[in-house]
Write a protein that binds this ligand. Structure first.
Ligand code: BG6
Length: 509
């Protein structure tokens, strides 16, 4: 198990939701798992005024609600909280960063931190350029004495140009290997398992290519709406919020070649090759193979769900997409001509993320099939969440005097692993950053490649305001037209439910 050296975690934007719900509970999980170094401190920084005590009390609440160790003894929680400090500064004023330096010097002495600091930017992206500059101004980015790392939450850039500019600017203050661009999907155990399933088993890899795979489907569905994040979301939309990062990261893990070794360089290199091979979307594709939608109001079992345009801080005439489905190709030997379908949306019937590999049918249909379908769909489903697991759909003879085939499930659920602790993605990613392992973070070049792929969609929507934005009632699977994307008579998206093995049923919000 990796163990980090003494260090401080400095969180900018510490009064925000992410720190409360995700970051501090994850650091507490590391503490409970004995993965924090002996010399360790957290310094929370933001504009809001808190005393150390008030900040600790707030974090205690977050821990009790969101940590994996919610019911930890008070002594343990208090011991952990004694390592947490707070500093209020105007983060937009460079002169105030001297206070950061002073505070770190004090904590360094007290906790023997070895001058090792991680700066975590959990702030609005508008501060992504200035905070690094101000840290640099105080000499806090140089690594003569200890290590200095900086973590960026997504979104990294608002489009290709801004991502490029930010990458360029950051290199004035940090080296690339000091920069950690987080995508929390990569911290998910089941996302990491994509690579293990593929490359640890001899049985899948020979089939994992254009000769045997008919198409690949990736879904990241959510049943929640924008949950008070209207201001951010209305400027982002599903394409920026989910596709450019989480979905394309999953695509890269599904499509990549085996790395030579399990090192950050080798894995990143193979993923990068996938991003480079994404077939650029033509005008025809942009018009026909990218579907956007926005949820409208609906009432489900007597409960009213407002339309996206009625959500707080969302423009009344907003044309921001809360749903995207698209079809594209990967131009390499393994995947040429195999359609990839991806979709994501808010206020869909259920929360589920999964990858579905649809295999080609057997060459000749020898048997009759039970039910209405005339062919068997062999599918391998890699469930990211919930009910994490793997499901293989295969054909079996229906017992009796006839040769009748039915589709059956062979499934494994993570919940069957007794006593297996599954870390939260932030716990895993924070530990990786603390130990200097950037495998599961995005490098600057890869971020630019993913933006390069989605930028034509952004441009197309901007230049063609008449391009349809389909309404879909909250609680449904998005616009019907998305079904037409899928090639092949009778083929549709999989309509998954919360339980891995159930599909094709109607799941309600
Ligand atoms: C975040 C998006 O990155 O991912 C959110 O900003 C989204 O809009 C979330 O809800 C989904 O993450 P998960 O882990 O719940 O699938």
């Amino acid at each position: 198990m990796k163990k980090a050296t003494n260090q401080a975690l400095v969180i900018f934007g510490a009064s925000g939701d992410l720190t409360y719900r995700k970051l501090l509970p994850a650091v507490f999980d590391l503490f409970m798992n004995n993965l924090l170094p002996d010399g360790f401190a957290v310094l929370g920084i933001s504009r809001s005024q808190y005393t150390d005590h008030a900040f600790r009390e707030k974090m205690k609440k977050g821990i009790k609600e969101f940590s994996n160790f919610k019911n930890a003894e008070s002594d343990k929680i208090n011991n952990f909280l004694s390592k947490i400090f707070y500093l209020s500064i105007d983060t937009e004023n460079g002169e105030e960063y001297v206070l950061v330096k002073e505070k770190l010097t004090e904590l360094n002495r007290k906790f023997n931190l070895g001058c090792n600091y991680i700066f975590y930017l959990s702030t609005p992206p508008s501060l992504y350029a200035s905070i690094p500059k101000f840290l640099y101004g105080q000499g806090l980015t140089f690594q003569q004495k200890g290590f200095r790392r900086i973590v960026f939450e997504k979104p990294f850039g608002h489009n290709l140009l801004s991502a490029k500019e930010l990458n360029k600017l950051l290199l004035e203050f940090f080296e690339e290997d000091q920069i950690y661009r987080i995508d929390h999907y990569l911290g998910k155990e089941t996302v990491q398992n994509l690579m293990v399933t593929r490359f640890a088993n001899g049985i899948y890899e020979p089939l994992w290519n254009r000769n045997f795979v008919q198409h690949v489907e990736i879904t990241a569905a959510e049943n929640i709406g924008v949950e008070g994040r209207g201001e951010y979301y209305d400027h982002a939309g599903a394409l920026r919020d989910m596709v450019q990062n989480h979905l394309l990261q999953m695509v890269s893990l599904v499509a990549m070649e085996p790395p030579i070794k399990i090192t950050p360089q080798d894995i990143r290199y193979e993923k990068m090759k996938v991003f480079r091979a994404l077939h650029p979307l033509s005008e025809y594709d942009l018009k026909n193979h990218v579907i956007r939608g926005q949820y409208t109001a609906s009432t489900i079992r007597g409960k009213h769900y407002p339309a996206y345009r009625e959500e707080p801080h969302v423009a009344k005439d907003s044309r921001t997409e809360t749903y995207v489905a698209m079809k594209f190709f990967i131009d390499n030997w393994r995947w040429a001509d195999v359609p990839f379908y991806i979709r994501t949306g808010k206020r869909l019937p259920t929360r589920v993320s999964e990858v579905v590999i649809h295999f080609k049918p057997s060459p000749l249909p020898l048997f009759r099939h039970e039910g209405s379908s005339d062919k068997l769909n062999n599918q391998l489903i890699l469930r990211i969440h919930p009910d994490e697991g793997i499901l293989l759909k295969t054909g079996m003879k229906v017992p009796g005097n006839d040769y009748l085939v039915k589709s059956v499930n062979m499934d494994f659920h993570y919940s069957e692993l007794s006593n297996q602790y599954i870390p939260d993605p932030y716990e895993r990613l924070l530990l990786d950053c603390m130990t200097g392992d950037n495998t599961l973070f995005m490098d600057g070049e890869a971020v630019e490649e993913t933006w390069k792929f989605v930028q034509p969609i952004l441009d197309y929507w901007e230049n063609h305001p008449e391009a349809p934005l389909y309404g879909y009632p909250a609680g449904t699977w998005g616009p019907d037209v998305a079904d037409r994307l899928i090639e092949g008579k009778n083929d549709t998206w999989r309509y998954p439910c919360k339980n891995l093995a159930d599909d094709g049923m109607y799941c309600e919000l």
